[in-house]
Design a protein around this ligand. Structure first.
Ligand code: GUN
Ligand code: FE
Length: 455
């Protein structure tokens, strides 16, 4: 009988199935012809492991200084902002949007420009281990279609959303949908096109994307809630990001972003709320209750949010959380740097930042997270929020993964014998992996970036 095992991977692997558990697998993982993990065996020398490896059509043995990790799930990224990565960060959010971001996004009316950017961005992100990305596109249907096609061709798992925004003062007249009706029509059509592009592989899906409440009329927000019901697509938007944004919504409605998104039918299972820094305890209960989640964008928040996400409080309240790069509010692509930022901002929240205040009143006790929590959120946590069957190495999960060569990094990462145990190697990978150390990236069981000695 022909084996259905397509690939057997032998070596050392890490995953974080829960926020408090790092598991090391020193053994064999097999992947079937559909890209789904079939077996996980913890001892490569066991008879079971040897039999599985011998049945596999292809074999891949990691080097002793390589580790395999689940692919990274970037739950919040603005594709058209790629060309302004690393710039404009001194501006407050509202000025950054109107003076830098909207003019750049308006340029995606030019499909040639859009194609150039997507061709540079998608392979770069894949190379950094971003196997899933939840994208905001621009308001343009053509550019959005091209982005979905680029993800499909490159083999990146993706949610792709045409941005809807029509508010007469919350958007500039040169970058907006002409009316709520036009926005809804374009969003419906774009979601259909994206769904069609991704139908064959199952990798690419549409996501409805009302930009944020300040950029959308009541009519548009209400219509997007109805559209989500109609087409059954997930929703993404920004929520309680900064003082300015939060106050804008409070002034307009006398209620919080979360309450209003719920009133508009946009707080749904799988809804991705970017930032969420200013959500209250009751907002958190509502988000958790609806099965929505928060994309934690720690670096972007450091520039634009005026505060640190109360991550521990949200996790304790049962809110689903993933990690987002928020390119280009976050000035760095890839999610391992965001894991490090999530850890460091959690320490600042815990200890406080103003040394002139007594230490017992300076911070928020119990706020810190470690590398395992951060990595869990960047993989299994983000996947759970999106309802994706990725992010862990367990039988039945889809095989999205990246390999790190700990001896290749230009960052100073190295395993020191007699000093580094596996948990220290994991910490080093989270903090020190440079792009050059990511040697291969896999989505749905197939090699999508880099090289691997598969025989
Ligand atoms: N709020 C609305 N649009 C944006 C955006 O593009 N980036 C960020 N960080 N916040 C937003
Ligand atoms: Fe954003």
């Amino acid at each position: 009988m022909m084996s259905s095992i397509e690939l057997a991977v032998t070596g050392r692997m890490f995953h974080a199935p829960t926020p408090d558990r790092l598991e090391t697998i020193d053994g064999v993982v097999t992947v079937d012809t559909d890209g789904v993990i079939a077996d996980v065996v913890h001892d490569a020398t066991s008879p079971t492991a040897i039999a599985l490896v011998s049945q596999a059509r292809k074999r891949w043995r990691l080097l002793p200084w390589e580790r395999l990790l689940p692919g990274l799930v970037d739950t919040h990224i603005h594709a058209p902002q790629w060309p302004q990565l690393g710039t404009g960060l001194d501006l407050p959010l509202e000025n950054w949007l109107f003076d830098r971001t909207f003019p750049l996004e308006a340029r995606y009316a030019d499909v040639g420009f859009a194609r150039d950017v997507w061709e540079h961005m998608v392979p770069t992100l894949l190379g950094l281990g971003t196997t899933t990305a939840v994208y905001y596109s621009s308001i343009h249907e053509d550019a959005t279609r091209l982005l979905a096609q680029r993800c499909e061709v490159s083999g990146q798992r993706a949610y792709v959303g045409r941005v809807a925004m029509d508010h007469p003062t919350g958007t500039p007249e040169w970058y907006r949908d002409e009316s709520a009706d036009v926005a809804l029509e374009r969003s419906r059509r774009s979601a259909g096109e994206v769904a069609e592009i991704g139908a064959a592989s199952g990798l690419v899906k549409p996501i409805l994307t009302p930009r944020f409440i300040p950029a959308c009329s009541d009519e548009l927000l209400m219509g997007m809630g109805r559209l989500a019901d109609e087409v059954g697509a997930m929703v993404q938007t920004h929520c309680s990001e900064s003082d300015w944004e939060h106050a804008n919504v409070r002034q307009r409605f006398g209620r919080s972003d979360t309450e209003m998104l719920d009133a508009f039918g946009l707080l749904r299972a799988g809804t991705v709320l970017a930032h969420g820094n200013l959500v209250s305890t009751s907002d958190a209960a509502l988000i958790g209750g609806r099965g929505a989640g928060i994309a934690h964008c720690p670096l972007s928040n450091s520039y634009f949010a005026n505060c640190v996400l109360p991550l521990r409080r949200l996790l304790d309240a049962g809110v689903r959380v993933g990690i987002g790069s928020d390119v280009a509010g976050g000035a760095s692509p890839g999610l391992l740097p965001q894991c490090a930022h999530a850890i460091s901002v959690s320490r600042m929240l815990e200890d406080g930042v103003d040394g002139s205040i007594d230490s017992d009143r300076r911070g928020v006790p119990g706020s810190r997270i470690d590398s395992v929590v951060a990595f869990h959120l960047a993989t299994a946590g983000g996947a759970a929020m999106l309802g994706l069957n990725v992010g862990v190495f367990t039988p039945g999960s889809r095989f999205d993964a990246f390999a790190v060569d700990t001896q290749r990094s230009a960052s100073g990462m190295r395993e020191w014998s007699g000093i580094d145990d596996e948990s220290r190697v994991f910490e080093k990978i989270v903090h020190l992996t440079g792009p050059e150390a990511i040697t291969s990236v896999w989505v749905d069981g197939r090699l999508r970036s880099g090289t691997a000695a598969v025989v």
